[in-house]
Design a binder for this molecule. Structure first.
Ligand code: ADP
Ligand code: MG
Length: 371
């Protein structure tokens, strides 16, 4: 359906896409993952000519879309795009957002366009909102309207550029739900996303992009479970883990929380899992800093490189593990000599399956797996 040959893109001196070769077949659902700044958005924008490629060829149904003889608007209509920031027409109601394109560009009559729009609003769960304006809707609802608007143009493929990354975490799943539904209806899609569990479940093929090339591609199992190349391996490892460095007891509690929450949301942890995770972090830090001679312990931690927290998640078993490492000069984390109260340890043993302290490589380390 789409064939890309030797696609490249430069912005002035900066080469963003080097040499992209890919074929997308009808019915495929392709996830594009990779670090930010590697050209994922530029790739999608070049595909539907929102950006003019610097070199290479793009064929849709065997028609070269960079050949100026061809009817660009018609070809572009085959490819819908959903953006991070919805890009709805703010001054138009929901129904008008969905009918303006079909009426003006597909020459549909109003009645037909409205009937189709209502059907699509039903599909995305927003039948009740046809007279609302975009600013009266939540981010998740606006993005669902944007998807319906895209469908109203009857595209053959939809390109999604991080459709959930501008959303409040509570609204991510309603949008992913709609995309899953399109997938099960057989829509051809290419989706740039940071939602790894989603990418794994929904896609037929995963492209890992790095520094302007498709660095590795494969089935979700190949890319997520058995990546072959160095950068893919390190990227996959990074998204499975969250690490955080704490210098001393003046660490930024809110920043740490936000990082944990972000990681938890990415992997769709439930409220109980998130709660236990936060509790495990807080209580372990309490043991690190507060139990025993607090001033002395803080001085040791500060002078010996702080504390490294590492959080990891195994998708197969859904096990959440945590580790805390400090210099051995701290002596012990779990069993401070002068214990002021044992509450933290009682809480920790209540929420963990396995909890242990080890000494190795000059580090004292506490590891735990949550229940
Ligand atoms: P990603 O989507 O993977 O995060 P982008 O495609 O947005 O990456 O950007 C890739 C690189 O291209 C970045 O270095 C970005 O700064 C640069 N870039 C993107 N768009 C433009 C533009 N219109 N002009 C100049 N540089 C751009
Ligand atoms: Mg991007």
């Amino acid at each position: 359906m789409i064939k890309v040959e030797q696609l490249s893109k430069k912005f002035g001196e900066l080469t963003v896409l080097k040499e992209i070769n890919i074929e997308i077949k009808k019915g495929e659902i392709i996830s594009i993952i990779g670090p930010s700044g590697t050209g994922k958005s530029t790739f999608l924008r070049c595909l539907n000519l929102l950006e003019k490629p610097s070199g290479g060829k793009i064929f849709i149904d065997e028609v070269d879309i960079m050949d100026t003889k061809n009817d660009l608007n018609h070809l572009r209509q085959k490819m819908g795009m959903v953006f991070q920031n919805f890009n709805l027409f703010e001054h138009l109601s929901v129904i008008d957002n969905l009918t303006i394109g079909p009426i003006k560009l597909l020459n549909k009559d109003k009645k037909e366009a409205v009937a189709k729009a209502r059907e699509l609003l039903q599909l995305v769960g927003l039948a009740a909102k046809e007279d609302a304006f975009p600013d009266e809707l939540s981010g998740g609802q606006q993005q669902r309207v944007a998807i319906a608007r895209c469908l109203s143009m009857e595209p053959e493929i939809i390109l999604f550029d991080e459709p959930t990354s501008a959303l409040d975490p509570t609204m991510v799943s309603e949008v992913l739900g709609v995309i899953r539904r399109l997938a099960s209806n057989g829509m051809t899609m290419a989706i740039v996303t940071h939602e790894m569990k989603f990418a794994r479940d929904v896609s037929t093929r995963v492209l890992y992009m790095d520094e302007g090339i498709i660095y590795e591609e494969g089935t979700p199992e190949q890319i997520f479970d058995h990546p072959q190349k160095e950068k893919t391996i390190s990227f996959i490892r990074r998204i499975r883990n969250f690490s955080y460095h704490i210098a001393d007891n003046l660490y930024d509690f809110y920043d740490l929380r936000a990082g944990i929450e972000n990681f938890a949301n990415k992997h769709f942890f439930g409220p109980k899992e998130i709660n236990n995770l936060n509790l495990a972090v807080e209580e372990t830090l309490q043991l690190c800093f507060v139990e025993g001679n607090a001033a002395e312990r803080n001085r040791i931690i500060r002078d010996h490189g702080g504390i490294e927290i590492m959080l990891s998640f195994a998708e197969q078993t859904r096990a959440i593990s945590l580790s805390f490492a400090a210099d051995e000069a701290l002596g012990t984390i779990l069993n401070p000599v002068e214990e002021t109260d044992g509450l933290s340890r009682i809480i920790l043993s209540g929420i963990t399956e396995q909890l242990e302290e080890t000494l190795s490589d000059g580090k004292v380390m506490v590891t735990m797996t949550l229940k």
